[in-house]
Design a protein around this ligand. Structure first.
Ligand code: DSN
Length: 415
């Protein structure tokens, strides 16, 4: 980044510091990853210069001879990888993608039914502070109080009572597999459309580690930067019958020109995700999450639902007598980056909840495996026990950095 260094040393310096931080720390935020150098190159390409409102062959600007080919190629890759009838690769990110699906398929004031935010759902699944919980009538389902798993009978009962126009499944903090087939049956029974938000697990789905919702859902949304390891962006996959409504909802309904540099980088990520190496990666993400969960359990941590079968772990810190925010800050000081999070039926507020959310996509991208997960759990245990002891946390962060130096991260120039 020589030009940047010369023209804007301040920004250059901050990017350099962030890169160092990403290299020296164990990053356990389950929605983060390390994009490959190829994805970063496409993201930083000259495609950022071009306006392309519209869709391939139907644009409002001239000069699309390469952009049309590019977007068509990326659409074809998305359809092939997920087995979808139609793909829109223009949404700027996950929240606009979900909004576009509602805008395209649900009339204002009609009912949508998603998982409540404190139970692991997303803001855009109809939570009350989001436009999705105000512009549409929203009813929300919970997880079971004892098992912390989705209770499909309770979901069916609520759907029968409320008769939503759309049921939303998918989560941002749910450590178990989602039964998309069961959701499909419930939606069919009550005459609802089904939206599956697979932002967190898209990489696990294409890597063969989680069943796909595509056969059961009217529309599927995903971000492209989480387990899928692409640029920050999103896609909507849908049945052919909804293609027109979805495309119109994205543009001109919600957005202007697509970000062509992002579209290109999504294409690069989709190509990477279609390789045998990516399947191995997805399998290792899950093995690592299980190994981390087992070691945390062995060390007396309490895990929501008792463990994990995907990339994500939710820890309830109540038994350790530390609140989530204090725990997350202590871990950050120790070089282990995660986020504080509500746990189901949390007696505390979302801004200072009881839990921590962990995930293994990023550490797995660095080639870390089960032995490193065991070591990370040990450091976590020490850091939580010594939260507030700056010297102890600093010592741990030194050990963490030392380990990280043996695991080069995709896309970083530091080796
Ligand atoms: N912010 C994302 C996450 O961390 O899960 C969801 O949008």
């Amino acid at each position: 980044m020589e030009e940047l260094r010369k023209s804007d040393p301040e920004i250059y310096d901050l990017i350099g510091k962030e890169e160092r931080y990403e290299f020296d720390s164990v990053r356990l935020i389950p929605s983060e990853n390390y994009a490959s150098a190829a994805v970063l190159e496409a993201t930083g390409s000259i495609l950022t210069n071009k306006y392309s409102e519209g869709y391939p062959g139907r644009r409002y600007y001239e000069g699309q001879r390469y952009i049309d080919t590019l977007e068509s190629l990326v659409i074809d890759r998305a359809k092939a990888l997920f087995g979808a009838e139609h793909a829109n690769v223009q949404p700027y990110s996950g929240s606009p993608a979900n909004l576009a699906v509602y805008f395209g398929l649900v009339k204002p004031g009609d009912t949508i039914m998603g998982m409540a935010l404190p139970m692991g759902g997303h803001l855009t699944h109809g939570w009350n502070v989001s436009i999705t919980g105000t512009f549409w009538r929203s009813v929300q389902y919970n997880v079971d109080r004892e098992t912390h798993r989705i209770d499909y009978d309770a979901v069916r009962d609520l759907a029968r009572r409320e008769r939503p126009r759309m049921i939303v499944c998918g989560a941002t903090a749910y450590p178990r597999k989602i039964d998309f087939k069961a959701f499909g049956e419930i939606a069919k029974e009550v005459g609802a459309l089904l939206l599956a938000d697979i932002a967190h697990i898209a990489g696990l789905i294409v890597g063969g580690q989680h069943p796909s919702p595509v056969p059961y859902a009217d529309a599927v949304t995903t971000t492209t930067h989480k387990t899928l390891r692409g640029p920050r962006g999103a896609m909507i996959l849908c049945r052919g019958e909804h293609a027109d409504a979805i495309d119109k909802a994205v543009f001109p309904g919600l957005q202007g020109g697509p970000h062509n540099h992002t579209t290109a980088a999504i294409g690069v990520a989709l190509k990477e995700a279609a390789t045998p190496e990516f399947r191995d990666y997805a399998a290792q993400i899950v093995r690592n999450a299980k190994a981390l969960a087992e070691e945390l359990l062995a060390r007396g941590f309490s895990l929501v639902s008792g463990g994990t079968d995907n990339h994500l772990i939710l820890v309830d810190l109540t038994s350790k007598k530390v609140i989530g925010k204090k725990g997350a800050k202590a871990l950050d000081a120790a070089g282990i980056v995660c986020n504080y999070n509500t746990v189901p039926y949390d007696p505390r507020k979302p801004f200072s909840p009881s839990g921590l959310r962990l995930g293994t996509p990023a550490v797995t991208s660095r080639g870390m495996r089960e032995p490193e997960m065991k070591q990370i759990a040990k450091w976590m245990d020490e850091a939580i026990a010594q939260a507030g002891d700056e010297a102890a946390l600093k010592r741990i962060s030194g050990e963490v950095a030392e380990m990280c130096h043996h695991f080069p991260a995709p896309g970083l120039s530091i080796r």
